[in-house]
Write a protein that binds this ligand. Structure first.
Ligand code: PAZ
Length: 351
């Protein structure tokens, strides 16, 4: 069982979990999938992030390195995107996601011999460091003074587990298996996703897309974003925000950016009565291989795999929950096995 230090000084109250009884269900009809014209308009009318060429170089180098060694590559997206309300951003709209699903899954892909591009919300949870960064009030709780009082050491209670994590982290780092690529805004996410997808086309069906990030459904187009902090006197004391739908680029990813890769997307809902229908509708609309449905309230204990063949729940058992088993340790190997079948099926039809 995982040991977590507690600090007597700070309360263990969590403020980030919404009141799920009153959370809003997204029962409004889904917007249609993005067309090539939507793609052209979006990427023409919005400025690419200035660092994109550097990411392009890093990603190309990383993919070539692993391609030469016949290693499969997973793109794991993780964390929520923001929608800035001002160019010099003071206010923004955020999307729920701590990055647990993505960071944890990345570790299991690495453990199963994949290389991982980790496209994540900057400052959300990261593979390996996630064990220590958000689990306690302060990382210093893991440390202790050496017996002679001259050095800092890892507290004896945490030695064993930290050594295991450290070895895995060092291995991934030394073997160049993990490439970290950050985003904050939804525009940064979309530009970077498109770029990485196109770079990954070099490895064709050896690529798997694991899209766990929570991507904004609505945004404020660049043409309507004010340059500076909105002043209350400019808006008559009341701020009315008029957002546009974010084009549903998953269809472009499937059809054009990564047409032979295996693509897994996630669907988050809060109302269990609509989860499977929504996941199935997404699978039909985007025409990819797998949608994993999860509910905000139970996402760490159960998920549902929705494929063209049917649906299947993956649930942690009570002993697994007690022993704090990561549900990702079950779902990632299942996806890897499906990826193997996907590769086989592509080979059989000569792709
Ligand atoms: O990052 P986290 O572990 O807190 O949450 C993961 C999740 C619920 C954001 C993810 O599993 C998911 O469902 N992503 C897709 C969200 C969506 O429907 O857009």
């Amino acid at each position: 069982m995982t040991e977590t230090p507690t600090s007597p000084m700070l309360s263990r109250v969590h403020t980030s979990a919404p009141d799920t009884d009153s959370a809003i269900d997204r029962t409004i009809p889904e917007f249609p999938a993005a067309t090539p014209i939507d793609e052209d308009n979006y990427f023409r009318l919005h400025k690419p992030p200035p660092y994109l060429s550097q990411i392009s170089r890093d990603v190309a180098e990383f993919i070539n390195f692993h391609h030469k060694q016949n290693r499969k590559v997973a793109l794991v997206t993780s964390g929520g995107t923001t929608v800035p309300l001002e160019n010099n951003t003071v206010r923004f709209i955020d999307n729920f996601s701590a990055g647990t699903r993505g960071a944890t899954s990345a570790e299991y892909f690495l453990e199963n011999s994949y290389a991982v591009i980790f496209l994540h919300r900057e400052f959300s949870l990261l593979p390996y460091s996630r064990h220590y960064s958000h689990t306690t009030n302060c990382f210093l709780d893991y440390l202790a003074e050496s017996p002679d009082g001259t050095k800092v050491e890892v507290d004896d209670k945490f030695q064993k587990k930290m050594l295991v994590v450290l070895k895995k982290y060092r291995y991934a780092k030394d073997q160049n298996l993990l490439l970290m690529v950050p985003f904050t805004t939804v525009h940064q996410y979309l530009f970077t996703l498109k770029l990485i997808a196109q770079e990954m086309s070099v490895i064709g069906y050896d690529a798997v897309f694991f899209l766990a990030a929570a991507v904004s459904d609505f945004f404020l187009p660049s043409s309507r974003i004010p340059q500076h902090k909105i002043q209350s006197k400019e808006v008559g004391g009341k701020l009315v925000v008029d957002l546009e739908p974010v084009p549903k680029f998953l269809r472009r990813l499937v059809d054009s950016w990564a047409p032979i890769a295996m693509i897994v997307s996630f669907k988050l809902e809060t109302d269990d009565s609509i989860l499977i229908d929504k996941a199935r509708a997404a699978l039909k609309r985007y025409n990819h291989q797998l949608v994993i449905g999860n509910l905000l309230q139970t996402r760490k204990k159960q998920v549902v795999f929705v494929t063209p063949e049917g649906e299947r729940w993956v649930k942690l058992t009570p002993p697994q929950i007690k022993n704090r088993i990561d549900i990702e340790s079950i779902l990632v190997p299942e996806i890897i096995s499906m990826h193997g079948d996907w590769i086989q099926s592509r080979k059989e039809i000569g792709l």
